[in-house]
Design a protein around this ligand. Structure first.
Ligand SMILES: CC(C)(COP(=O)(O)OP(=O)(O)OC[C@H]1O[C@@H](n2cnc3c(N)ncnc32)[C@H](O)[C@@H]1OP(=O)(O)O)[C@@H](O)C(=O)NCCC(=O)NCCS
Length: 167
């Protein structure tokens, strides 16, 4: 399968936060931002795989600053690592107050997607062509995270079989 560059599938999505996204005090619900992170990352994964993709996992997500009604959110997403059928997508969220111009880093997240064929089975995806030093570094870090995720998954499966092994 022919390789694809990171820039071939990367996206930036912008969305203004509205009253229906917020609590009565005007703070945007974390779940609204989480859904947009997942949606943006899914676009990147499906553009890379050119097939249906599903979210296999989302790593820990911290919100660094509050987001308010009227803030303009930017979701910058790109693929960090392509495995055989799975891929890691990184999403960086920034909130801009477009009256003052102030920009805040709101959150960053790593999501793993799996490409599925027409029968809903994992299917191979194109390999990634890494061009810059930053892309190579992100790829190395993503491979380490993949190892940790799979080790955790294996440990959970063992725990389910034998509760004595659970920490
Ligand atoms: C994700 C899913 C397709 C994996 O199925 P599976 O039978 O475990 O697949 P495999 O063991 O063949 O693994 C396929 C790939 O997924 C990766 N993978 C599986 N589970 C994973 C997890 N929890 N986190 C990260 N990657 C995972 C594997 O590493 C493998 O990657 P590779 O081919 O690049 O090496 C399956 O668990 C599923 O359908 N889950 C529901 C997904 C969904 O519907 N999400 C939307 C929210 S409900």
């Amino acid at each position: 399968m022919e390789g694809k560059k990171i820039q071939d599938s990367s996206v930036i999505i912008a969305q203004v936060m509205l009253p229906q996204d917020a609590n009565p005090a005007g703070n945007i619900h974390g779940g609204v931002i989480m859904k947009l992170i997942d949606t943006t990352a899914a676009v990147v994964a499906s553009r890379h795989a050119r097939s249906n993709t599903v979210t296999a996992s989302i790593d820990r997500l911290d919100f660094h600053h509050p987001v308010y009604i009227g803030d303009l959110l930017f979701f910058r997403a790109g693929i960090n690592m392509a495995g055989r059928t799975s891929m890691e997508v990184g999403v960086r969220v920034e909130a801009e107050n477009y009256v003052t111009g102030e920009v805040r880093h709101t959150a960053s997240a790593y999501l793993t997607f799996v490409a599925l064929d027409k029968n809903g089975r994992p299917t191979p995806i194109p390999p990634l062509i890494l061009e810059t030093d930053a892309e190579k570094r992100r790829n190395r870090e993503a491979l380490h995270r993949k190892e940790s995720r799979l080790a955790e998954k294996k440990q959970e499966a063992t725990c389910q079989l034998d509760s004595k092994n659970c920490g």
